[in-house]
Design a protein around this ligand. Structure first.
Ligand code: MG
Length: 257
């Protein structure tokens, strides 16, 4: 199994980066792994830590309509260049934390997505340079208040409610370019989304290069690469689980805010 890079909180509330062992112990690092964090001799036993989202980005840059089948289901074409927007870092929650359904919306959707974690300060880089800036990969749910997205015309409110970016549960360094992304609701064995990530219109290196022409990406920043066909609504009490082959599964329950 690939090395799994986690971020955890101990019982005293201190936050650490670490390596998740097969025993589920976490071997602590002395810094974030993309800042050359090295293993220490401290291990946390499974009952002595809580898993957090695997990084704490200054910003989340997301990409809309980056799968042709999803653009079509939204009744639109694939944009000629990446369509980017920002989610605030306060949207982030860990796997197993609750997505809070806001009272302002009557239609909240899941969007399963591959997330890129940036390892280096990234400014105006080419796609070739961008590949080396992608430190690793994790899973995200770009939760969206779909009714507010249409009503407002711009996307900030719809994408930015607290808890609207489940992220994790950990980061891996490598991913198979043909890995499958699937989203499941509750106990249904049939996924509501199922696509290979190589179906993206603009691939990860292109996206990072494109975004870096606009804004500086900092170590630990996150890029969401878009959702495929099959978005749908969430109801109170639903459990939504996103799986990406070679990474793992991100699962959250919906509760009223
Ligand atoms: Mg999205």
């Amino acid at each position: 199994m690939a090395q799994r890079y986690v971020r955890v909180q101990n019982q005293e509330g201190q936050v650490y980066y670490g390596l998740l062992q097969l025993s589920l112990d976490v071997l602590l690092l002395d810094a974030p792994p993309w800042m050359q964090g090295q293993p220490t001799d401290i291990k946390l036993a499974p009952e002595s830590y809580q898993i957090l989202a695997p990084c704490a980005p200054s910003k989340i840059v997301a990409v809309g309509k980056n799968y042709a089948d999803h653009a079509a289901e939204m009744g639109t074409k694939v944009p000629p260049e990446p369509l980017i927007f920002i989610k605030p870092s306060t949207t982030i929650i860990a796997s197993e934390e609750h997505i809070m359904y806001p009272p302002q919306s009557q239609r909240v959707d899941y969007e399963g997505e591959l997330a890129l974690v940036i390892g280096d300060k990234t400014v105006c880089c080419t796609p070739e340079e961008a590949q080396a800036k992608i430190w690793g990969y994790t899973i995200a749910n770009d939760v969206t208040a779909r009714d507010l997205q249409s009503k407002d015309g711009q996307w900030t409110r719809a994408k930015s409610f607290d808890t609207f970016c489940p992220l994790g549960p950990w980061i891996v360094r490598e991913i198979n370019p043909g890995a499958r992304l699937q989203t499941f609701l509750n106990d249904d064995i049939k996924p509501v989304q199922s696509t290979c990530i190589d179906q993206m219109v603009f691939p990860p290196d292109y996206l990072v290069s494109y975004i870096s022409q606009v804004m500086t990406l900092l170590p630990g920043d996150v890029v969401l690469t878009g959702t495929p066909l099959g978005v749908g609504s969430l109801q109170l009490g639903d459990r939504v689980r996103i799986e990406i082959e070679g990474i793992g599964r991100l699962e959250n329950t919906i509760v009223a805010r």
